[in-house]
Design a protein around this ligand. Structure first.
Ligand code: ATP
Length: 599
């Protein structure tokens, strides 16, 4: 998108967008306010200090003027009392300024803490389809940059805004009371200020949003590149990656450039208007004082008030910018919070231990914005049976697994486990009964022990070790310098692919599920480790209903049932012998695999 074009086209050309955008912005402010207002007591405290502080700020110049008049017109007899009054006003002014900040920081930090917690909780409840659509780094950016923006703004802007509004109102009242004529002169700059500000903020609001968006995209790209570094290097795509990075980075630079350029006008404009107003007041006040229309003290108070009147407006303008960028951040945070979460698990749908009877009855399913992926699928698997899912790539094998796990719910038909529709079983208790051994093993940053224990968090150290022994992982773990306490990095670069598989088997053994999902590794693993894996898997599969996305002839041949999937349909099912006899799709597939194996 061309930033120059956006920034130069006025609001007139985007009337509908602009209206929608403003109402959205207003909703966001309301929501943020609601969040803050959850700490009503403390917020009232802050407002009290802000009001006191603003009042003292208005009283200060009045006192200065009165002191000057007292010296000039009354001979300055009680000057000590006047000075004491002035000291008290400015002392309490400083104390209240400190207290308002102190309380506000505690409210804002708590609010951001709560928002972060809610966002994280919400993300955990979002369906897998949401993550299909979102880049991970971009999501991360909402947690970090956007939240930070909200946090720093709540810390400072809320107070500034309240205090500025109160100061402007208070100063205006006192000014009118002192001299309506000088007040009019002070107000001369306000329309210029107002229209100047409007012109600028109309542009900056949109640009700040763009800036946050591009920052999110850039973060997403960096995250992707860092985690996919091996692929980038393997294909020597460093140059292309750099070019794409630069393209995204340039977009961000341009949005940042225009956002900062426009917002940078604000303090300059305000300074200019401040000085102009100061000069007007000095000139007009001096003339009025010389002609006896106002006292010298009033004139002095006014020069201070002129600054005091435009300064909060100035601050409001500055805060407005920060506020716009925080609103842009908050909007992006709220956007995620508004994403529809998976419906809350109904505790009545909790099941204890399932037998592992799995039935698909006329199941249809398609991914969002995609054609039908699974159509009219019917099968039944007895507890303890091993099913091999075979078929070409993209046939729908993984999708069947996703449906059993309730990562996605089917569009029509029913999936039954132990005779119960899985949509009536709570996701958490269903998943507790399912174990996963995928070829792409995911290990967390932590010790080997913690990684195995991820299968069942309350397992004792002995149980963890027992599971590792049964998974043939114990001996290699013991050869590591720190044994079970060896810390793995997130990509577990310190151990081999086969060893990762063994750890994942140990994890599944610990979980002790009644249904097991295996995604057989296609990558080459050395023969010894391969044998260990096969042995461990045999152990693991015993007595469990197993769905295996199978690539090895040996696994396929020994399956109780083979499901041949093609184009989302179950085209053949049976035992190896019966399917070979049928001379159908499986027969050809098997022959192809055998040739490959021999080759
Ligand atoms: N999250 C998704 N969103 C949209 N379409 C998807 C998604 N995941 C898979 N698909 C599509 O659904 C179809 C079935 O995919 P699936 O991953 O189930 O195939 P598969 O048989 O497991 O393939 P493979 O053996 O290559 O893993 C494919 O056409 C795929 O492009």
């Amino acid at each position: 998108m061309n930033i120059r074009r956006i920034s130069r086209s006025g609001p007139q050309t985007h009337n509908v967008d602009e209206k929608e955008f403003r109402s959205h912005r207003f909703q966001t402010i309301k929501r943020l306010w609601k969040e803050l207002a959850q700490k009503k007591g403390r917020l009232l405290f802050v407002l009290f200090f802000v009001a006191t502080n603003a009042t003292l700020g208005v009283l200060g110049p009045l006192f200065i003027g009165k002191t000057v008049d007292h010296i000039i017109y009354d001979g300055g007899e009680n000057i000590f009392l006047f000075l004491l009054g002035l000291v008290c006003v400015y002392l309490f002014y400083s104390i209240t300024a400190y207290l308002q900040n102190y309380w506000m920081i505690s409210i804002s930090q708590e609010t951001v803490y709560r928002l972060r917690k809610r966002l994280f909780e919400h993300i955990q409840r979002l369906p897998i389809s949401f993550f299909d659509r979102k880049q991970h780094g971009e999501l991360m950016s909402r947690f970090t940059n956007d939240m930070d923006n909200v946090s720093s703004t709540l810390n400072s802007s809320v107070i500034h805004i309240f205090s500025s509004v109160l100061t402007v109102v208070g100063t205006f009242i006192v000014m009118i009371w002192l001299s309506p004529l000088l007040t009019m002169i002070t107000l001369l700059v306000v329309p210029v200020m107002f229209f100047g500000m409007r012109w600028i903020t109309n542009r900056t609001g949109k640009l700040f949003r763009e800036q946050q968006k591009y920052l999110g995209e850039l973060n997403g790209y960096i995250e992707e590149t860092v985690s996919g570094q091996k692929i980038v290097k393997t294909y020597s795509y460093e140059q292309e990656t750099m070019e794409q990075f630069l393209e995204k980075s340039k977009r961000l630079r341009e949005a940042g450039y225009w956002a900062q350029t426009y917002s940078g006008f604000i303090p300059k404009l305000m300074n200019l208007l401040n000085n102009a107003s100061f000069a007007f007041i000095a000139l007009a006040g001096g003339i009025l004082a010389m002609n006896g229309h106002v006292s010298i003290g009033v004139m002095i108070s006014f020069t201070e008030y002129a600054r005091q009147f435009t300064r909060p407006l100035n601050e409001l303008a500055n805060q407005f910018n920060t506020l716009l960028s925080a609103i842009a951040g908050a909007e992006r945070v709220f956007d995620i919070m508004d994403e529809e979460a998976e419906d809350e698990d109904d505790r009545e749908g909790d099941v204890e231990i399932l037998q592992g009877n799995v039935t698909f009855s006329h199941v249809y399913f398609s991914y969002e914005n995609a054609d039908s992926t699974i159509s009219d699928m019917n099968f039944h698997v007895q507890p303890g049976q091993m099913v091999a899912l075979v078929g070409p790539t993209g046939a729908g094998k993984s999708t069947i697994i996703h449906l059993i796990m309730r990562f996605y719910d089917c569009d029509s038909g029913a999936i039954l486990v132990d005779g119960r529709n899985i949509q009536q079983i709570s996701r958490s208790s269903l998943r507790k009964n399912i174990g996963f051994v995928l070829q792409d093993v995911f290990l967390f940053e932590g010790t080997i022990r913690e990684n195995i224990r991820y299968g069942r968090l309350d397992a004792t150290d002995e149980e963890v070790e027992e599971a590792a022994k049964r998974a043939n992982a114990h001996s290699f773990i013991m050869r590591l310098p720190q044994g079970y306490d060896t810390v793995l990095t997130e990509d577990a670069s310190g151990i081999s692919q086969g060893q990762k598989q063994l750890l994942s088997i140990a994890r599944a053994i610990l979980r002790n599920p009644s249904i097991l999902i295996l995604d057989e590794a296609t990558s080459n693993i050395d023969t010894v480790t391969e044998m260990k894996i096969q042995e461990a898997l045999q152990q693991l599969m015993k007595g469990r209903t197993t769905f295996c996305i199978a690539h090895r002839l040996n696994t396929i041949r020994h399956a109780h049932q083979i499901f041949v999937i093609n184009d989302g349909k179950l085209i053949e099912k049976g035992t190896h012998d019966s399917l070979i006899e049928a001379h159908g799709y499986y027969y050809d597939l098997y022959n192809q695999l055998s040739r490959k194996d021999v080759g």
